[in-house]
Write a protein that binds this ligand. Structure first.
Ligand SMILES: Nc1ncnc2c1ncn2[C@@H]1O[C@H](COP(=O)(O)OP(=O)(O)OP(=O)(O)O)[C@@H](O)[C@H]1O
Length: 370
């Protein structure tokens, strides 16, 4: 597969390997525009409250207009966030030289004294979580065609990261709030602060668990084994959220069940359409059913049973019958109170084990040659 919109330079290849084996502090920012703090202060009307468009784990996000008239999202790193600094550098290193229609463009950055700021292209319709689960006033009631296009665009961006880029990139934090929507609701994947670069001879790395409850693949949570299949799992959860209009993060649906758990139960009972967002309006049943089933293929407990992203796209777009005899139950865990130091219970139809999750420094402890 080739993508003409990105030149995967050998320099990038080399820098990627360096990043994985060194600390992020060694990153190079040669290709990214350095924007002065005074320019960003001017662009955001002195970081005025009325320019504020959101707040994430990293800090506050403002809307701004650069001198050349370009509208941007200005993401400020809060001073107390040490973890944020690592993610700040990772983000610059990972996506500074990547351009793809389904990835948010990093326009520039600012490193000035204690100020650390990332500057992105501004996406008019903000994030998918707002569109899907926002308050009734902000909820735009996305129709099926728009939802399907959002899934396909996001899947295309992920396939590009996993299968076309060298080194490959595993995003590690695919979730609705990291999918941004342009004025036509075209999706772009953002927030590469947790991303990992995978040089060619490495199939998985063992790393500290990062990401968002509700989207985390079981082998990653339980065994800290990170491969691109962890993103495939998160993408499956995202598909379910997009079809159902329900957040996996809200934890419960139908009593104590997660969205994925409910989806599997509906599947087994042959009433999958009960999952569909009642706000969606008319929809093509066969196609929607296929999307839900593909989501179940993506969230199977065993990572090696999940398709790779280009196969996921084929399953979604081509008129092929899914081989449901091959489909195995999903793996998921329940988070019983706070994520970082919790008791996680692996739940599947085959196993039920308790594990204490430990927090260890970010290191590669194992590499497996292909
Ligand atoms: N490029 C952008 N264009 C428009 N709005 C944006 C952009 N980037 C972020 N936002 C808005 O700002 C909000 C906060 O974004 P941010 O990426 O900091 O956090 P998050 O993804 O919501 O949470 P976390 O940092 O915990 O993952 C988003 O939910 C979105 O609504």
């Amino acid at each position: 597969m080739n993508c003409s919109c990105f030149g995967a330079s050998t320099q990038r290849q080399k820098r990627g390997v360096d990043l994985v084996h060194q600390d992020t502090a060694g990153c190079s920012t040669a290709k990214t525009k350095n924007i002065s703090y005074s320019e960003l202060r001017r662009a955001t009307n002195n970081f005025h409250q009325s320019n504020k468009i959101g707040r994430g784990g990293f800090g506050i996000v403002y809307k701004g207009t650069l001198r050349n008239g370009m509208e941007v999202a200005v993401k400020t790193l809060s001073a107390e966030s040490r973890q944020g600094l690592r993610e700040f550098l990772t983000e610059i290193e990972t996506i500074s030289d990547i351009r793809h229609p389904n990835l948010v463009e990093l326009i520039g950055y600012c490193l000035d004294g204690t100020n650390r700021i990332l500057v992105y292209e501004y996406l008019e319709n903000k994030s998918l979580d707002r569109a899907l689960f926002g308050s009734s006033t902000s909820n735009v009631k996305l129709d099926w065609d728009t939802r399907a296009a959002i899934c396909l665009g996001t899947g295309t961006g992920l396939a590009f990261l996993h299968e076309e880029l060298v080194p490959h990139i595993v995003h590690r934090d695919i979730k609705a709030s990291n999918i941004l929507l342009d004025k036509d609701y075209k999706p772009k994947i953002g927030d590469f602060g947790l991303a990992k670069l995978f040089p060619d001879n490495i199939t998985h790395i063992t790393t500290q668990i990062k990401g968002t409850t509700g989207y985390l693949a079981p082998e990653y949570v339980m065994g800290r084994q990170l491969t691109s299949k962890a993103d495939v799992y998160s993408f499956g959860v995202l598909l379910l959220e997009t079809v159902s209009g329900r957040s996996s993060g809200s934890g419960t649906w139908q009593g104590q069940k997660s969205l994925l758990e409910s989806a599997w139960e509906f599947y087994e009972e042959g009433k999958l359409l009960e999952l569909v967002d009642p706000e969606m309006g008319d929809f093509p049943e066969k196609e929607v059913l296929k999307y839900i089933k593909v989501a179940l293929f993506c969230t199977q407990e065993k990572a090696n049973r999940r398709p790779i992203m280009s196969q996921v796209l084929d399953m979604l777009t081509r008129n092929i019958k899914l081989n449901e005899e091959e489909l195995t139950p999903p793996g998921f865990f329940q988070d019983s109170g706070g994520f970082s130091s919790t008791q996680l219970k692996l739940k599947s139809s085959e196993s039920s084990t308790s594990h204490q999750m430990s927090s260890v420094p970010l290191t590669i402890t194992q590499v497996t040659p292909r």
